[in-house]
Design a protein around this ligand. Structure first.
Ligand code: HEC
Length: 244
């Protein structure tokens, strides 16, 4: 029998009867408040790192939303698909965030719970993030604004070595790189409210990660990329990965 996964409505209309712990378990553990497994398009593998305090704040915020009566269809996911998805054990230890006085560590935390790493890492054909290409872009996203590849955020020449901190903040707040407006699939609307300190931490973290060569562009015709296996602008420039 296929397992069910409830999609979507996270207003008090759906969550009203759930305890704080049940909502936290949905965010960080992938089990819905009614006990069903959640499909990982809801990115709980990344939210897993969210601190107890931040999770409690998110739950408190959700409770302030207007209840919206919008009952959504149950998603049917085949057993064979569930079998490929690891089930997370319950969190038994307290989870804390790194101290913001350590910008690199705190920025890494923000890049995880803020999902930068999720979008900016390409996926293998099986749908798993390619670890060697973390933050090196090339994940293909399709939406109402077209199909684009995410950018390489590392300091390699194929990434964004020329960024300085003010440029980074401006891009995150305006969604423009110079005169070029970024596709809305880069969700700047959600990030432009980040504090100056949080953006400084994200920048410090991005500068600290090892450079990874991966040419990706959204202004050139998409071509097959031997490195990530996807099809994106400048794909042909990337050599196939070296044999281990
Ligand atoms: C939902 C997916 C998604 C998430 C989450 C996301 N990005 Fe992006 N990002 C994109 C896409 C797609 C582009 C390329 C847009 C384009 O070229 O028009 C992009 C482009 C960028 C660029 C521009 C790079 C350049 O070309 O100069 C920066 C900087 C960036 N992202 C930083 C971040 C940071 C930092 C985070 C986390 C706080 C983040 N992104 C989260 C999808 C995402």
């Amino acid at each position: 029998m296929p397992c069910a996964s409830e999609g979507g409505n996270i207003t008090p209309h759906t969550l009203g009867d759930c305890s704080d712990q049940e909502i936290a378990r949905a965010i960080r553990g992938g089990t819905g408040c009614d006990g069903t497994r959640l499909f990982p398009v809801m990115p709980y593998f990344f939210f897993r790192a969210m601190s107890d305090d931040d999770t409690a704040a998110v739950v408190a915020y959700l409770r302030t939303l207007e209840p919206i009566e919008n009952d959504l269809a149950t998603t049917e996911i085949a057993e064979e698909v569930w079998a490929t998805i690891p089930q997370l054990p319950p969190l038994t230890e307290p989870v804390s965030a790194p101290d913001p006085s350590d910008p690199v560590a705190y920025g890494g935390y923000l890049a995880t719970v803020g999902l930068c790493v999720e979008c900016h890492t390409p996926l293998s054909p099986a749908g798993a993030p390619i670890q060697e290409l973390s933050f090196a872009g090339g994940r293909i996203l399709a939406g109402p604004w077209g199909t684009v590849a995410t950018a390489n955020l590392t300091t390699d020449v194929t990434g964004i070595p020329y960024y300085d901190e003010p440029t980074f903040k401006e891009v995150m707040r305006t969604c423009k790189v110079g005169a070029r407006e970024l596709n809305h699939l880069m969700p700047c609307e959600f990030y432009k409210g980040l504090t100056d300190d949080d953006l400084s931490a994200l920048y410090a973290f991005l500068r600290s990660i090892p450079p990874v060569a991966h040419s990706v562009s959204n202004v050139d015709e998409p071509t097959p990329c031997p490195l990530c296996g996807g099809t994106h602008g400048l794909g042909e420039r990337n050599p196939a990965p070296a044999e281990p």
